[in-house]
Ligand binder design. Structure first.
Ligand SMILES: Nc1ncnc2c1ncn2[C@@H]1O[C@H](COP(=O)(O)OP(=O)(O)OP(=O)(O)O)[C@@H](O)[C@H]1O
Ligand SMILES: [Mg+2]
Length: 300
């Protein structure tokens, strides 16, 4: 176990693949090991992390904090039925459509990272829109949840691609023609659409060596992205992780790390309906055991 505060974000692009379920249960598993954990629901359009940890109506939410000039972050951190596990919920209404803007998000992140806790876990929404990517990239440890089906792989690939392009667009923001070209490649309006990031770097390098170097070091800094395969039903499905990592390495130049496998649990939905966190109810289940290995792999 690491000393000092750890922060991880959980994403993956595709909806309904178990991101919130993973966030809640890894939070519970860590709190059972004695860590003080804060879960953060960043899914402002469809927040539901509170339900996974057994809270029916969150009394305070992120909205209350963002809308108030006086409220401290501690005031929106809710206790849960699980000892040492707390929650920041997004289940509100006010800002749900537009979402917090960039300065509001920055202020929020700084405050969250200052909380008295050992581990902070950001549960991220589905999709790969910029706001989702921004929430995902806040934490130094990133977890991509996959399911062993082609659509999940496609969405996770698109998610990682957007993560890189988001940063690339920032670096080239003041160089309008290059910025436009990157947007075209991203929007697949260009003949370079299917090319690898490596090939794109060669093109960009001719436009600005310095900016391209900055981008290359950003890619190199993304060295704590872990992949977890959820709802695994057979040994063969585990092989998908190697194939995915190879494609990501080849086209996006990212070195993904092995997070682990989580089995399909037939009783998962029952525990959600009963609002009893799964790992609390079944601490010796294969899912709970697999979560312990993931905690080791992530060096939490
Ligand atoms: N390992 C598992 N075995 C069985 N069911 C699972 C497993 N993991 C998640 N589920 C079920 O999958 C459903 C979707 O899970 P969850 O809400 O965590 O997905 P999500 O990726 O957060 O979705 P969204 O994109 O809407 O935020 C839930 O009903 C949950 O019970
Ligand atoms: Mg979710």
């Amino acid at each position: 176990m690491h000393q000092g505060k750890r922060a991880l974000s959980v994403g993956g692009g595709k909806g309904g693949i178990g991101k919130s379920c993973f966030s809640a249960n890894i939070g519970i598993a860590l709190s059972r090991q004695g860590r003080r954990v804060v879960l953060v629901d960043t899914d402002i359009e469809a927040p539901n992390l509170h339900t996974f940890v057994g809270i029916t109506y969150p009394q305070r939410t992120l909205d209350d904090y963002l809308n108030s000039m006086v409220m401290g972050i501690e005031e929106i951190v809710l206790p849960t039925p699980v000892p040492r596990l707390r929650l920041i919920s997004s289940a509100g209404s006010g800002l749900s459509l537009s979402g917090p803007n960039y300065p509001q998000r920055q202020r929020f992140f700084r405050a969250v990272m200052g909380l008295d806790a050992d581990t902070i876990i950001f549960d991220v929404a589905a999709g790969a829109r910029m706001r989702v990517i921004d929430y995902f990239s806040i934490a130094p440890i990133m977890v991509i949840i996959l399911e062993p089906i082609p659509t999940a792989l496609e969405n996770a690939y698109g998610f990682l691609k957007n993560l890189l392009y988001r940063h690339l667009l920032r670096i080239f923001y003041t160089d309008k023609p290059t910025h436009r070209m990157i947007l075209d490649v991203l929007g697949e309006k260009s003949s370079r659409a299917g090319q690898s990031v490596e090939a794109l770097l060669a093109v960009l390098d001719r436009r600005s060596h310095e900016k391209t170097e900055t981008f290359s070091s950003f890619i190199a800094s993304l060295n704590h992205i872990y992949v977890v395969i959820n709802r695994v039903r057979s040994k063969e499905q585990e092989e998908i992780i190697d194939r995915f990592a190879r494609v990501v390495k080849r086209y996006l130049m990212l070195n993904l790390r092995f997070g682990g496998f989580l089995p399909f649990e037939p009783d998962m939905d029952k525990s959600i309906i009963a609002r009893t966190p799964f790992i609390m109810q079944f601490p010796d289940s294969p899912y709970a055991k697999a979560m312990e290995s993931i905690i080791l792999n992530l060096q939490l």
